[in-house]
Write a protein that binds this ligand. Structure first.
Ligand SMILES: NC(=O)c1ccc[n+]([C@@H]2O[C@H](COP(=O)([O-])OP(=O)(O)OC[C@H]3O[C@@H](n4cnc5c(N)ncnc54)[C@H](O)[C@@H]3O)[C@@H](O)[C@H]2O)c1
Length: 341
């Protein structure tokens, strides 16, 4: 059985998730971990039996005999690492978004192409059961042609104020908007041609996180579809679920309605609050990782083993990042922006 040796760069919250899945996957071996904070890397290395620990990804690229690398650093720190490992001939799983500016996007795509390596971006919503089922129904023609859509994918404030130390240097559009946009493009099987976005700022600023609160965006697709996309990270912390995630797709012959947050599969109530854990996203069953956010990472390993195309192409991720840049520009300038790929 083919074993894929994998290195992980970024030993934060999500880097640990990657390490745990590579440990668990029967075709993967996590062989190296790197974080500029070496103590974080050591901790994960010990927990998941990873033998090589680095604080400098360039050193890791020069020394590590791995087949692939997962890049799990903050949203805006993917490009230097991705190009370095592409030049070292490693296949790449890059956390979403691909990159946050046009130059970085182009640099990564150019390095992947030039080195003939494979790259996937972890736009994992395609593995989300209700979204995946919706796509199957659309492909089977059950609702006709998708005509319009609405999606809301937002987080509670805690994600920006407590979970991500770098939220002020990113945007909810990169953090969750990339997932929403990927789902919409996948459903419409189309690219966005024009965007118009309006944003508000102030609530998070008062909480000492200098980033936009919320974006409401209209997307026009090339073949005529229109969609409304809402992304914010100012949902109240008392929300039962970290995510507020809904989607409606209206087709020419029917519709699909998804409520992926208040799914009520399980409620846990205490004297203080009621929680609705995001078990569709992630949960542990007898110490094994389950949930859509793990399935995409597993699928990356599966595709390295069987050689089939990744389910999210680099081109999809490139267009996704370019469209988010256009949305940010539209919200800043308060005008519609034509998306140019
Ligand atoms: N697909 C998903 O569901 C999902 C979920 C959470 C986060 N993410 C993505 O994963 C990425 C990381 O997010 P996170 O929540 O783990 O952030 P985090 O802040 O918890 O971890 C990032 C780590 O990267 C390290 N780092 C920064 N620069 C580095 C460098 N040059 N070399 C080595 N290490 C470096 C930091 O020290 C930190 O430990 C982001 O792009 C985020 O959007 C994806």
């Amino acid at each position: 059985m083919k074993q894929v040796k994998i290195g992980v760069v970024g030993a934060g919250t999500w880097g640990e998730t990657h390490a745990s899945i590579y440990r668990e996957h029967s075709n993967a071996i996590p062989v190296a971990i790197c974080d500029k904070d070496i103590e974080k890397a050591k901790k994960i290395a010990e927990k998941y039996g990873i033998s090589e620990v680095y604080s400098d990804y360039r050193q890791m690229a020069a020394k590590c005999d791995c087949d692939a690398v997962a890049i799990v650093t903050p949203d805006f720190l993917h490009a230097d690492i991705a190009t370095t490992f592409a030049d070292a001939k490693k296949d790449l799983l890059i956390e979403k978004p691909l990159a946050t500016n046009r130059k970085d996007i182009d640099r990564i795509c150019e390095a992947v192409e030039r080195n003939g390596v494979r790259a996937m971006v972890d736009l994992h919503n395609r593995w989300n059961p209700p979204f995946n089922t919706a796509k199957q129904k659309i492909e089977a023609g059950v609702i006709g042609e998708p005509y319009t859509a609405y999606i809301r994918h937002s987080d509670i404030k805690w994600v920006a104020t407590d979970l991500l130390p770098w939220a002020a240097k990113s945007s909810i559009l990169w953090f969750l908007g990339s997932h929403s946009l990927d789902a919409l493009c996948w459903f419409f099987n189309d690219d966005v041609k024009r965007v118009y976005s309006v944003k508000r700022k102030g609530i998070l600023q008062k909480l000492n996180v200098d980033t936009d609160d919320i974006f409401q965006t209209t997307l026009e697709f090339k073949k005529g579809g229109i969609a409304q996309m809402e992304n914010g990270w100012i949902t109240p912390n008392g929300n039962g679920n970290v995510n507020d995630f809904r989607c409606n797709i209206l087709g020419t012959k029917g519709s699909v309605n998804i409520n992926a947050s208040n799914h009520n599969l399980i409620q846990i109530a205490t004297e203080q609050k009621t929680e609705i854990p995001d078990i569709l996203v992630s949960n542990m069953v007898f110490d094994r990782c389950k949930g859509l956010s793990y399935e995409s990472i597993r699928d990356f390993v599966d595709r390295l083993v069987d050689g089939k195309p990744f389910r999210v192409s680099l081109e999809d991720a490139r267009k996704n990042a370019i469209t988010i840049i256009a949305i940010l520009e539209s919200a800043e300038k308060k005008i519609p922006i034509e998306v140019s790929f």
